[in-house]
Write a new protein. Sequence first.
Length: 479
Amino acid sequence: MRPGAATLSNRTDNFVIGGLIVMTGVIMAVVLAAGDIGLGSLVAFLPVLVGIIGLIISNPYYGLLFYLHYSFFFIGLNRYIIGIPLGLSIDGVLFLTTLSMIFRLNKENVKKLNTGVFYTTLIWFLYTLSELFNPEATNMQAWFYAVRGVSLYAVQTIPLTLLLLDKKEHLNGFIKTVLIWGLVSSAWGWKQVNIGTDPFEDGWLESGGKITHVLFGQLRAFSFFSDAGQFGVTMAYIAFLAGILGLGPYSFNRKMAYFVISFICLMGMGVSGSRGPIFVILFGGLTYLLLIRSYRILIPGLAITIVIFIFLKFTFIGNANYQIYRIRSALDPKEASLLVRLTNQDKISAYLADRPFGAGIGTTDVWALRFYPGSTLTNLPTDSWFVKIWVENGVVGLIFYAFSLAFVIVFGVVKLRLLKNPDTKQKMIALYGGFLGIVAASFGNPVFGQAPLGAIMYISMTMLCTAEKYDEAIPELKT
């Protein structure tokens, strides 16, 4: 039986699930009898919804899995299903999963929460909760919408991971899920550039997406994601993850399979036309070389990294290729968009000079346009995850947030050095390097808390800080 399945009685589960099924049947009958075919078609999906709710009530483990899978494609669904706030469905899944888990808590599994990663996340969430009283921010609805990616999802996902994903099979399943979605997402992005977008994606581009996703006549692939930047960084992360696994203690066939996945995701990264992904590969790769502490691999690895850097920084070879040109521009300190960002940050710094607690959560970027039109920050895009944290939470909040990440960075290394199983160690090194790569990329792009990287980061951070749970005396070479 899956974790947490046994605390509530089967009778209670069956009663709730049965009640939902009956309710669905009644609603479907009434709507279909009214003759509204369009609404009736929509209601026809209710059994699927009821099935998902029933699974989560029966076992919160399935809720956490659904959250991870759903994070990859729910934004893309918004291009096909208009008028339904699918973003809030993530909140519903996580809330129901958390509630289902709360009813299953007992003394034994509460002990699993006694970890530093849980306490630092909880402290960070409480700080963001206190931002409700920030006099600079007056709209509670804006706070709710914005706080989800900043701390609300984390304070639910991390304890759920501690309670439900605490075995080697869960680590293997998590990595498999990420790799498979990487393949699917990359293939869809490649199709958008080389075969074409579908009518729904065309509609999204025409409604405003074209401004940032068609540059010099070249489409930047976005796959199922919110934008090309998020897609490119996610593909870089999965390419790095698969590449490091390909260097692990596995059979030749498995190594080749990992390298193929890595190559396909690198193609997805390339067609995104994004510059931020290069930092995921660069910082993740350097982290891996330092962690393995093998001069036989470290020296050639550093040499290759330097050669690639020189190629991109000091030559113009390959500039005719749009993807190479975009990546190369990320290393240009005089690049126009970088200069604009630095100018904006100077203005933000002046604005925050007498605001140590920031402007309040929900006062920047799209939420500023929606809830605070005409405010100073409306015309000052943050363009960075850490600048966003700084503006909304102030220097005090930025310190709290940096501490929570620093805990994972330091404690993750401590745990890695204690691992004995070579399979577990390779996977944890891959997760750790990928985590640092995303942290580095988040200095230039607001990617850390967005889907699907938010779910991936919160789960992997938890696994890194409790790595000993996944270690085994006998090597297990299956993913």
